[in-house]
Write a protein that binds this ligand. Sequence first.
Ligand code: SF4
Ligand code: SF4
Length: 440
Amino acid sequence: MNLLSFRGGIHPPHSKSMTEHLPVEKALEPETVVIPLQQHIGAPCQAIVEVGEKVKVGQKIGEAGGFVSAPVHSSVSGTVKKIEKRMIINGTGTCVVIESDGLNEIHESVVPKGDVETLEPKEILDIINEAGIVGMGGAGFPTRVKLSPPPDKKIDVLIVNGAECEPYLTADHRLMLETPEDVVYGLRAVMKVLGLEKAYIAIENNKMDAVLSVKEAAKEYPGIQVVTVKTKYPQGGEKQLIYACSQREVPSGALPMDAGAVVSNVATMSAISKAIRTGMPLIERICTVTGDGIVEPKNIMIKNGTRISEIVAQAGGYKGDPGKLILGGPMMGFAQFTDNLPSTKTTSGVLVFTEEQARLPEYNPCIRCGKCVDICPSFVQPFAISAYSLNGMFDMAEKYNAMDCIECGSCSFICPSKRPLLHSIRMAKREIISKRRKTK
Ligand code: SF4
Ligand code: SF4
């Protein structure tokens, strides 16, 4: 089979067998949820509820705080106990703490919004906006913004990302197996918004059962093409998928829309489908709880704002002392020092390594083998950017296109000298961004 792919990339062990055959379980009802007002790239939301107020499932509790922002909703019915700063995945942020009454009363606003056949594109966009839908595969970019490109950017390639190329994670795989019709329905809605007759759903060839399941769900829609892409990391990167499906390259420093493309995740499509068909905003998602440090790995449907410690407990708890806790996958996820954190719309995985797996190797001098350059999907020179960064020469790192790095971690994975490439490149990017802000 001639599989679609991109230049570069790596083949880390899949490590998906622990959970790929396990149907999604419903999470136990959390007694309290802690809902961050910022769960997306962009401006934080403003709380629109008060301490002591009763709220219901699906009720909006945070209004979008700017153009690039998305509202948040309550995932339980109960009482608002606090609105305060708490630790969240990337630091601290204001959260709405709600004590559940266990009744799961649905808010009056949660009613079916219509049908994709009859809704106008603008109406669909408004539903997506009001439902607080963000990209559920990565950083959580507000979907309404992604689907509203400036008039001079003509979009003609739409790709739904079902690659799930991160090792360990199986949440999207199970979604495509268990509710493929939601993925197709959401995609049809997005095609209508963008005025497109054609779209791709891209799935890696280590998930052939998902390929068949989504093909079956899409068979009545000839404009939807389910494509099998090579199992290779980072196949699910936006630029990599665009190249694989359309052979278009997104230029350095540009966005997918500059290449006429929009890429969105399968879980996002499913959330759009629910928002239209049931009126329920984005308040829950599938999360893979896995790794050798977890007693009973699982795929769980978790409510937004559930404490990570409760999610781990539902998977049997920790096996021994946890060595490392990562939210997301092992390549692009974020290591955490505590499990006393709330889940968000983008918590696709809770991964726990044993102490032995978590031990960082000693690193050695670069031997100029060039492997990191060969596999870099962004075509930069990781060894050079890293060296400049480690020597504080951030201007040089910028000249070597550090900002094109998508932080996939492939270079660190492949390096025989175990150099801290990704860490040092991230540091350079932070410094470059900070310098750009200061000189604005
Ligand atoms: S430099 Fe960035 S994009 Fe290239 S392999 Fe390393 S982490 Fe990935
Ligand atoms: S892979 Fe490691 S050792 Fe090889 S060139 Fe890159 S940084 Fe140097």
